[in-house]
Design a binder for this molecule. Structure first.
Ligand SMILES: C[S@@+](CC[C@H](N)C(=O)[O-])C[C@H]1O[C@@H](n2cnc3c(N)ncnc32)[C@H](O)[C@@H]1O
Length: 331
């Protein structure tokens, strides 16, 4: 399938790819802050710790230690408005682990693309979960934050089946080009968009750089039948959404988008084939235990998610009966 990247002012933004195994790093474009031609040039020391970064706030929500005072302050302010925010973050990761494990094991998807991957987590990164389900699964981590790239490189030191790409997810064509032959583009690629679409500043329904436009563009460049996993916190209460958006945008110096409604998420997922259980609270998607309850959050916020399939060129979106799982590894 031919990639169809949009032409925007930011199209020229550098995109770099770093195979995680030491000694084989490569880059597609030099000069981006925090980047360079070798792993040693991507340093956590470059990070600005005076403003919150979404990756580090998320790390704090998950109980990690890669965060600083502004990140913790932003996280605490978020918890003020959404008292269950930490539980929702954990539920989101648990959903991601289930989806990745089932896609790699049950559905035989051998390639994963984690867009806006964030900092490494303690309880199951995408390469760990997918490669445990099926050794040899290839994973590409993409993020725009040099600090995240540096941590990814450190974590993935000797994993030859993992690639790190520095780039903006609003440019699928450039990212696909950077990945190149690391993926077999004739086979499905599972794309993960967890807690990243709410980081995109643009939010107009028709804005190509907004979440809906970005999902649509990714669906267009993916091999037909590629699973697409979307997950983020949503809330139907406008007051809660406005406060969360103000807290996160202010704390990150404008590097954040907005909190979405459940309806927004449905709009983002519109280009995909959606199977049961459809879009909804992540605790209901293939729970480990039938009794697993959704988190109780007095603010009305919830972690929502969906596993769909990219229809491929010329195929309209619709409903399929496989719950987003169907064999994709091939012979
Ligand atoms: C809240 S973290 C999510 C981490 C992980 N996906 C998860 O759900 O556990 C959001 C990540 O998206 C990254 N991000 C935000 N906007 C991005 C963009 N336009 N392109 C690439 N990465 C982006 C941030 O740098 C951050 O690491």
């Amino acid at each position: 399938m031919t990639a169809a990247p949009r032409t925007t002012a930011a199209q020229a933004a550098p995109v770099r790819a770093f195979p995680a195994s030491r000694g084989s790093m490569r880059m597609t474009s030099p000069g981006e802050p925090g980047g360079g031609g070798s792993g040693s040039e991507v340093r956590p020391a470059l990070q600005d710790t005076t403003v919150a970064r979404s990756a580090r706030v998320h790390d704090w929500l998950l109980g990690g230690v890669e965060n600083y005072a502004p990140d913790r302050a932003a996280g605490a302010a978020l918890v003020e408005v959404v008292p269950g925010a930490r539980q929702l973050a954990h539920s989101g990761r648990a959903f991601l682990r289930r989806a990745v494990g089932l896609l790699a094991g049950e559905a035989g998807i051998g390639q994963f693309l984690d867009l806006g991957c964030g900092l490494p987590v303690l309880d199951g990164n995408v390469h760990e979960v997918s490669q445990a389900a099926c050794p040899g699964t290839r994973v590409v981590y993409v993020d725009v934050d040099p600090v995240v790239l540096a941590h990814a490189f450190t974590t993935l030191d000797d994993n030859a089946d993992t690639l790190i790409v520095g780039g903006d997810i609003r440019h699928p064509g450039a990212i696909r080009e950077a990945i190149g032959g690391f993926f077999d583009w004739d086979r499905p690629v599972a794309v993960l968009m967890a807690n990243v679409l709410d980081c995109l500043p643009a939010d107009g329904a028709d804005d190509p750089d907004g979440p809906a436009g970005v999902v649509r563009d990714w669906a267009a460049v993916l091999p037909s039948g590629s699973p697409v996993v979307i997950q983020q916190m949503v809330c139907a209460d406008a007051g809660v959404r406005e406060t969360v958006t103000a807290v996160m945008t202010g704390a990150t110096g404008g590097r954040w988008g907005r909190m979405a409604t459940p309806g927004d998420l449905g709009r983002y997922a519109a280009p995909l084939h959606i199977g049961p259980p459809g879009l909804g609270d992540v605790t209901r998607w293939r729970p480990d235990s039938p009794a697993a309850p959704g988190p109780l959050c007095p603010s009305g916020a919830a972690a929502w998610g969906v596993v769909g399939r990219a229809p491929g060129a010329g195929s309209p979106p619709g409903t399929v009966g496989d719950g987003g799982l169907r064999s994709g590894r091939g012979p």
